[in-house]
Design a protein around this ligand. Structure first.
Ligand code: UD1
Length: 336
């Protein structure tokens, strides 16, 4: 297929580009580089062994986007682009709604004007809020998202599902990611946050490489086996393959389909830290800090729908994730 990838220079986008190339798909990237580095695309081209056309365009720039869709025919779009820092979104809600909602509305409109009505959307387990069943299936009702970032994911899911209900030519595949970590095993591409990392694994790798003195663990008094939060960590390589597999839903004219992309295994924050230390032979000093607002105790998926319908199942374990995350950071101490 010929695929438009928005946000292709970012963490999940760059890994997915490599997986798409390996599966024989052609891609074109649109990214405004607001939170990514074009060096990632050069490295993706090295790994993919081919050139990938790139346009530095903001999705809210209708004319710029139209020019891309006039120059290329697309069978589908994989839509990663968006602001994603949970904490920042509570400080700048307007900016988050404006960017994520307006960018996506413009994208959807330009797509349909150019006859492309197939989209895979990056959503998040955050839409389940405080889940009422664990492991979480796609049938679990959505909850109250604890941040404007999460609200944008929830609202965009609803917008796309409404559009699909009104126009059956659309195929909308919603992928709800759990906690992606790790990096390409080559160490050439990986997660490259700006400033102080919000997420756990980049914080751990920055402690390991000496950029931060210690990790703060947010709470050890949760109702979990060791008191720290439990998450469904998934290797970004598996997540990337999940997108390749999800293209099958589009080929099968799914209408609207929702899939959890997780491993189905929950590990605690402390288990992740201990596994990282063991696999990489590095000590990670940590201290216990108060709970972080908005965190839930336990969140992990039931990923069996994706296995049954897409034939996709995560292949990598926690040790692989820890090894590959460190391999990336060790080789790129200051990122790209
Ligand atoms: C969050 C978002 C999710 C988003 C994802 C990636 C929520 C509820 N979840 O997931 O939607 O897709 O980020 O941006 O909004 N932790 C520490 N110390 C740190 C960092 C994290 O102890 O320095 C702990 C957290 O308290 C949490 C766990 O590690 O228990 C995972 O945190 P994080 O990596 O930020 O991911 P989530 O909050 O699960």
């Amino acid at each position: 297929m010929q695929i438009l990838v928005t946000g292709g220079a970012g963490y999940i986008g760059s890994h997915t580009l490599v997986a798409l190339a390996e599966a024989g798909h052609e891609t074109v990237v649109v990214d405004n580089l607001s939170n990514s580095n074009p060096a990632s695309l050069t490295r993706v081209e090295e790994l993919a062994g081919k050139k990938i056309p790139f346009y530095q365009v903001d999705l809210r720039n209708r004319e710029g986007l139209c020019r891309v869709l006039e120059q290329h025919h697309f069978d589908a779009c994989i839509h990663f682009a968006g602001l994603k820092a949970v904490g920042e979104s509570t400080e700048k809600p307007w900016e988050y709604y404006e960017n994520n909602i307006n960018g996506t509305l413009t994208l959807l409109d330009v797509m349909r004007q150019h006859g492309c009505k197939n989209i895979l959307f990056s959503s998040s387990a955050t839409v389940y809020g405080e889940p009422n069943v664990i492991p979480i299936t796609e049938a679990c009702p959505k909850g109250r998202c604890t941040s404007p970032y999460g609200q944008t994911k929830n609202m965009l899911e609803e917008i796309m599902m409404d559009m699909q209900r009104a126009d059956k030519d659309w195929n909308v595949v919603i992928l709800r990611y759990f906690n992606p970590i790790g990096a390409h095993p080559s160490g050439r591409i990986g997660e490259n946050p700006n400033g102080i990392p919000n997420n756990l694994m980049p914080f751990i790798t920055q402690v390991a490489v000496g950029r931060r003195p210690e990790l703060g663990i947010f709470g050890n008094d949760y109702d979990t086996p060791d008191g720290t939060c439990v998450r469904d960590f998934i290797h970004v390589m598996d997540l990337a393959q999940g997108h390749v597999a999800a293209l099958k839903a589009i080929e099968n004219h799914c209408g609207c389909a929702i899939y959890n992309l997780g491993t189905g295994q929950g590990y605690s924050v402390l288990q992740l830290v201990k596994t990282f230390e063991k696999v990489n032979g590095i000590h990670i000093p940590y201290c216990i800090k108060p709970r972080r607002a908005g965190d839930i105790a336990i969140c992990y998926s039931n990923p069996s729908k994706a296995e049954k319908e897409l034939g996709w199942i995560a292949q990598f374990g926690l040790e692989d994730m820890c090894r590959d995350a460190w391999n990336w950071q060790r080789n790129n101490p200051n990122g790209y």
